[in-house]
Design a protein around this ligand. Structure first.
Ligand SMILES: O=C(O)CCC(=O)C(=O)O
Ligand SMILES: [Fe+2]
Length: 337
């Protein structure tokens, strides 16, 4: 790691990951080596050369538009539940834990979350374990094909994410499969977001400055733009739409796991385009019952880890409970950090 180059970027790099699909160890290693530099210095990159079908990305976007176009009454039937699945109405979340900025105005977005599916009769769900329960799906008669479209996309994105988990393992200097077991039952979130165009107003954001909680995020955005990433100098660098790519970023648990070798970079969304913006981040995280402990290759000889081991589930619940006031029984008032 080079502390001089860290955060010193003026654009988001593009990485062609097609080598990950070849089965050729040299090609995989070459992708992993470039990836390492981007994860250390930027924390963000565009993933090109993946094999997720463009039609499937666009099908999710069309379903998202159709969902948000429904009357509130229909959307509110799926209001977000204790398992963090469902519809988060406009102005429902305020980011408060990242310490990235003092935030007081609610995000100018509405969204719906789908997590990994957990059956209602799953032992964890029956025991009331946090975040264990079924997704909430729109009525098939209202939005035909919705669930099949989401399920297909989540399967494809998970496959890509698993390839990236292996590339990350190699990039850290470990055997390719050394992190696989943490993702046997991954915690996944697909969030469909709708950002109406917003007024130019101080401190008002589509998504206020924040870092992501988890391992990696893979975001598909439409052609409107508005995502920005903060560099070391404090400038907000645009991450404009690039067709057929995903914006990938390091989340806080990967940064922690790597003892801060990799950087979880603050980002925000401001949509002053005059158009509606739709995006679909996919968050791929470890199983909730896995212990996350600094990876040995990330620890310079003779030094202590910066972070204590943490159960991913405990860590995640703490982050979610702090950020979403719907969980606190308060209507709208943001809670101080
Ligand atoms: O919509 C976007 O472009 C970014 C969304 C985001 O950062 C998030 O949901 O964590
Ligand atoms: Fe984010």
């Amino acid at each position: 790691m080079n502390s001089e180059t860290r955060g010193d970027f003026s654009e988001i790099p593009i990485l062609d990951v097609s080598g990950l699909y070849t089965g050729d160890p040299d090609a995989v290693a070459a992708v992993a080596e470039t990836l390492r530099g981007y994860l250390e210095n930027v924390g963000f990159l565009y993933v090109a050369g993946h094999q997720v079908s463009r039609a499937d990305v666009e099908a999710v976007r069309e379903m998202s538009k159709a969902f948000f176009a429904l009357p509130d009454e229909e959307k509110l039937k799926l209001k977000i539940d204790k398992n963090f699945r469902g519809f988060l109405p406009f102005a429902g979340s305020t980011i408060v834990t990242s310490s990235v900025a003092k935030v007081s105005k609610p995000n100018q977005s509405e969204s719906i979350f789908f997590m990994h599916e957990v059956a209602a009769d799953d032992p964890g769900a029956l025991a009331g374990k946090p975040l264990q329960g079924p997704n909430q799906w729109p009525d098939e008669a209202v939005l035909p094909g919705f669930r099949a479209t989401i399920d297909r996309y989540v399967a494809e994105m998970s496959e890509l994410a698993r390839k990236l988990v292996r590339a990350i393992s190699i990039s850290i200097g470990m055997p390719p499969d050394s992190m696989d077991r943490y993702f046997e039952h991954p915690t996944t979130f697909l969030r469909l977001l709708h950002y109406p165009t917003q007024p130019a107003e101080e401190g008002l954001f589509g998504s206020a400055p924040h870092t992501d909680y988890g391992y990696i995020t893979l975001l598909a955005q439409d052609n409107v733009g508005g995502l920005e990433v903060k560099n070391k100098a404090g400038d907000w660098i645009a991450a404009p739409p690039i067709p057929d790519t995903f914006v990938m970023n390091v989340g806080d648990i990967l940064a922690r796991w790597s003892n801060d070798q990799f950087v979880s970079t603050p980002h925000r969304v401001i949509n002053r385009s005059g158009r509606e913006r739709y995006s679909q981040p996919f968050f791929f995280d470890p199983s909730m019952d896995e212990m996350i402990e600094v990876l040995p290759p990330c620890l310079p000889a003779g030094t202590e880890p910066k972070y204590a081991p943490v159960l991913y589930g405990d860590y995640l619940m703490e982050r979610i409970d702090k950020n979403y006031h719907y969980r606190k029984g308060t209507a709208a008032a943001p809670v101080a950090p």
